[in-house]
Design a protein around this ligand. Structure first.
Ligand SMILES: Cc1cc2nc3c(=O)[nH]c(=O)nc-3n(C[C@H](O)[C@H](O)[C@H](O)COP(=O)(O)O)c2cc1C
Length: 144
């Protein structure tokens, strides 16, 4: 069965810095559940926005996305890319997360509105995915 890769962005409903620990709870829960479902990926939290990559079988991605869409800790979720994938970008990660990363906000903002033209969306999506892969590679080095 094929692997699917989904990238989305959303607006955080968490207050910075008081609710920042909530993100650690999200990651802890996500890692446990994603492991069971064979889902891998990475999460970015910028203090005002989230970006997340999810990779796995279609049914598993659908199940996780149902929970994620219903989660009141964010809103205005926009799927940036959802495509078939030959090999996973994050094979070693049930959910890579290396703490708040503020600068990625610039890549996320243009993806939160439909007003952005499709070509620009595709470019911004590709740049964002490259950023996320770099963050995951960094957190791997840090954890040894
Ligand atoms: C930004 C964000 C990212 C999330 N990522 C995941 C994830 O990767 N996997 C997952 O199972 N749940 C994820 N969640 C959902 C929550 O952790 C959710 O509480 C948990 O999956 C329980 O789902 P349930 O309420 O449907 O039982 C995420 C939530 C948010 C706000």
């Amino acid at each position: 069965m094929g692997i699917r890769c989904l990238l989305y962005v959303s607006e955080s409903c968490l207050a910075w810095p008081d609710d920042a620990h909530e993100v650690d709870d999200i990651v802890t829960n996500a890692r446990a559940r994603n492991e069971q479902l064979g889902v891998t990926g990475a999460l970015i939290y910028t203090r005002t926005h989230f970006a997340q990559v999810l990779e796995g079988e279609t049914a598993a991605i659908d199940a996780v996305m149902t929970s994620i869409r219903a989660d009141a800790r964010h809103r205005n979720l926009c799927v940036v890319a959802d495509e078939a994938l030959a090999t996973r970008h994050f094979p070693d990660w049930t959910m890579a997360y290396s703490g708040p990363s503020f600068y990625v906000d610039r890549q996320i903002r243009p993806l939160l509105t439909d007003a952005t033209d499709p070509a620009r969306r595709r470019r911004a999506g590709a740049v964002l995915l490259a950023f996320i892969r770099e963050f995951a590679a960094d957190s791997k080095r840090e954890s040894g």
